[in-house]
Design a protein around this ligand. Structure first.
Ligand code: SF4
Length: 279
């Protein structure tokens, strides 16, 4: 590939990053909006129904005005799929994503959220050491996915290194995590769960689970969802039967003596978007 074509492709990755962050910040995916609409229809508690009506109005106004759904525009976790044939070097892919995040910070605009962890100095553009987190995997197409994650929900996420004999207690661990979180993650939440792997892999799986469509759940996920919704936390923690919209689980094999379980909570602003880049 000629240098100019290489540069054009790198620029396309940067623009795709910018575009999918913009879309995610302003417009929720159809399955999330449908779940919020369904919760509004089924909720009988008047205060909870009012909160869901406020959330629906918030969603409509963000789209109409082309502004972020929430003042906490989060940290954008980025997932790239890269075909074997892609000529871009990994370093250039990463640089292009950083460019796209800086561009989105300026144009969406995003709140500058990235700080040095001890000194708390703000980088001003949502990039920094290890930020944005970028996960690269091989795939048939070159795609960029953005998952902006606010602190309110990230801060109440939890990981447990359970005993192998405790596999039956996994649902209780997940429900307890949501109970401990209460109203802080701006319910109704989406609960991403990673079961198995290692300490770090379980956390990654829990985050990846938040990328899955929430219009389908298996029996295991639905039973946990029902248990969460019987807690009575409700929308924005003000009571009601809609504490969570969905539970999504991803699993990996693990060491025979381990059982890591990670719970990554996402708020009602379950933001995600994907762009494909032509190679
Ligand atoms: S938890 Fe979500 S909805 Fe609540 S302030 Fe943070 S980003 Fe916004």
């Amino acid at each position: 590939m000629h240098a100019r074509e290489y540069q054009i492709l790198r620029e396309a990755v940067s623009e795709a990053t910018h575009a999918c962050i913009h879309e995610a910040e302003v417009c929720l995916p159809p399955d999330v909006k449908a779940a919020i609409d369904a919760a509004y229809e089924s909720e009988s508690d008047p205060v909870a129904r009012g909160e869901l009506a406020n959330i629906r109005a918030n969603i409509r106004e963000a789209e109409r005005l082309d502004i972020p759904l929430c003042q906490d525009t989060g940290i954008a976790v980025i997932y790239l799929t890269v075909p074997h044939s892609c000529p871009l070097h990994e370093r250039d892919l990463i640089d292009a994503v950083y460019d796209g995040v800086r561009r989105a910070t300026h144009s969406v605009p995003l709140r500058p959220n990235a700080v040095e962890p001890v000194l708390r100095q703000n980088s001003g553009d949502n990039t920094g050491v290890g930020i944005p987190p970028i996960h690269i995997s091989e795939g048939p197409d070159l795609t960029v996915t953005a998952l902006p994650k606010g602190a309110g929900s990230e801060n109440v996420s939890r990981i447990g290194m359970l005993l192998p004999s405790q596999s039956g207690e996994i649902p209780a661990f997940i429900v307890e995590t949501v109970l401990m979180a209460g109203g802080r993650p701006c319910p109704p939440v989406v609960v991403g769960v990673g079961i198995g792997g290692t300490f770090d892999l379980a956390a990654s799986l829990a985050k990846e689970a938040l990328l899955l469509p929430i219009d389908t759940m298996d029996e295991y996920e639905r039973e946990i969802l029902n248990a969460i919704n019987s807690l009575g936390i409700g929308p924005m923690g003000l009571g009601g039967s809609t504490t969570a919209l969905a539970v999504k689980v991803k699993k990996a094999h693990c060491h025979t003596a381990s059982l890591p379980v990670a719970v990554n909570i996402q708020c009602w602003a379950c933001r995600r978007a994907t762009r494909k880049v032509s190679v």
